[in-house]
Ligand binder design. Sequence first.
Ligand SMILES: C[S@@+](CC[C@H](N)C(=O)[O-])C[C@H]1O[C@@H](n2cnc3c(N)ncnc32)[C@H](O)[C@@H]1O
Length: 198
Amino acid sequence: MIPRLRTSTRPGKQFVWLCLWNDVRRLPRVHRVIDAGCGPMLNRPMFDADEYVGIDPDERGLQQGLERFPDAVGVHSTIAEAPDIEGQVVVCTQVLASAPFDPGETIATVRALVRLTEPGGILLFNTSSRTSAYEESVHAILRESFESVRRVRYGAMYERHLPWWASLLIAVTMVALPALRGDGASYYACSGRLRLRD
Ligand SMILES: C[S@@+](CC[C@H](N)C(=O)[O-])C[C@H]1O[C@@H](n2cnc3c(N)ncnc32)[C@H](O)[C@@H]1O
C-alpha cells in the first residue's frame, strides 16, 4: 500500500510529512500501530495495520478521530501516563512541537514512546525548537534503546507559511540539499527496539 502524503503550508512541517511518508511506504502490513498524541487521527490513512491505537489527552480530538475511524481504539491519556500497551510501529508527529505540550515532559515522553514500542519495533517522531534544550538527552535515550537511530535535523523555515505547493517544493529541495535544513528540530526514525533493562 502506498501511503497518502500529508501536506502543510509550512516547509519544515512538510519536510516531516515527506520523511514520514518515505519511511511508512517501506513498512509491511503491521499488527498494531500506536499513534501517540494522535489528535483527530489524521495519520490513520497512512498505515496498513490490523489495529490502530490513538492516544491523546484531548477528548475532543480523540472523539473526532473515533467518529471518522470507528475501528480505531482511542486511549484518553498523555503519552507519559499511557497504559502498558505495545505497538510494532509507534508514530508521534507534531506533538512535541504543539502548544499544549509541556517541554518539561520531554524526557518522560520520549521514555514512554520507547516503552510503547515493542521489542524489534519502530518509532517515528519529530522534536521541535520548543524541546531543543533536551535534544542531546533524547538522542542518548534513543541510542541506548534501539539498534538503529536516524536523526534528520530540519529546523529551518519552520514557522513560515506558504502555499502548500511552494511548501512541498521547498521540502523536496530540503531532502536533496541537507545544508538547507538547519538545526533546532529533528525527525527521528528508530528501528529494532532493544529489550529494556530492569
Ligand atoms: C498538532 S496536534 C498533532 C496531532 C497528530 N499527531 C497529527 O500529526 O496530526 C498535537 C496533539 O498533541 C497532543 N498532545 C499534547 N501534549 C500531549 C502529551 N503530553 N501526550 C499526548 N498527546 C499530547 C494534543 O492534544 C494534540 O492532539
